[in-house]
Design a protein around this ligand. Structure first.
Ligand code: MN
Length: 263
């Protein structure tokens, strides 16, 4: 909290000073998360709290900190708020696979009217997560199609958007998905989440769509193992070359990234 220290130093029954509220440009900070989702395809689900739900975009390649790299973000159905802290296994049905809480924090719209921004297809916002920070924009690429007016357009029914980092102190060339691949909740990778003594399970009540998200869990498990093997090989090579420690916390990764940028 920005006013924590201010408040700690004051007794508001004795001072006329206000306890204060933190003013934010555009709007109030709300919850956001990115869930790394190993389903039929690996992707990153960006979720922004709005009107009591989590607006969601599936980003196949994950967010990029490089403003020149625009990442496709497919708008998908809104999720319940409580899903935002979920990390675990979806054993069957739509989205079957493993979910890792890859980043979380707060987001602040850089506009007073989020609904209007969504309808316009241009939502600027600030993220304050562990891995993702600073200013971003989601821009819809597909035109509005017939019937997308009113309610449908408000919900952002045209699916194809781009997620782009704005140029600021938190932009950079580091591949954040590669550099900070693990969970902010458990510090685990997919295998650790799967191998937890009692992995959390999210039961999807939506039937799997043919071919797309209907991959068998066995395949997913195999893919998790392959990913891990592949990553530890690349990591070994990189570590040997650069003498980097094998594992860093995301916070220190973010710090050094910022330092690098400041130079
Ligand atoms: Mn997903």
């Amino acid at each position: 909290m920005a006013l924590e220290e201010y408040r700690k130093k004051r007794n508001f029954s004795k001072t006329p000073e206000p306890a204060g509220t933190v003013a934010r440009r555009g709007g109030k900070a709300r919850f956001f998360c990115v869930q790394k989702h190993l389903a039929s395809h690996l992707h990153y689900d960006l979720r922004l709290e709005h009107d009591g739900v989590l607006l969601s975009w599936a980003v196949p390649k994950g967010p990029s900190l490089d403003p020149r790299t625009k990442r496709l973000a497919m708008k998908v159905e809104a999720h319940p708020l409580e899903y935002g802290e979920f990390e675990g296994v979806i054993p069957e049905g739509y989205g079957a696979g493993i979910v890792m809480l890859w980043d979380r924090g707060t987001w602040t719209p850089e506009t007073g009217d989020v609904d209007a921004a969504l309808e316009k297809g241009d939502l600027k916002f600030t993220l304050n997560g562990y891995k993702l920070k600073g200013s971003w924009v989601l821009v819809r690429t597909s035109g509005r199609y017939p019937g997308a007016r009113g309610g449908a357009a408000r919900a952002g029914d045209a699916r194809s958007w781009l997620l782009i980092k704005h140029r600021d102190d938190w932009a950079g060339e580091i591949d954040i998905a590669d550099f900070a691949p693990r969970s902010v909740k458990s510090d685990g990778d997919f295998e650790d989440i799967l191998g937890a003594d009692t992995p959390a399970v999210w039961l999807s009540n939506k039937p799997a769509k043919g071919g797309d998200a209907g991959a068998m869990l066995a395949t997913i498990i195999e893919r998790a193992a392959t990913l891990k093997a592949k990553r530890s090989t690349t990591k070994d090579t990189r570590d040997t070359k650069t003498k980097r420690p094998a594992r860093r916390t995301t916070q220190s990764a973010q710090r050094s990234q910022k330092k690098k940028h400041a130079k």
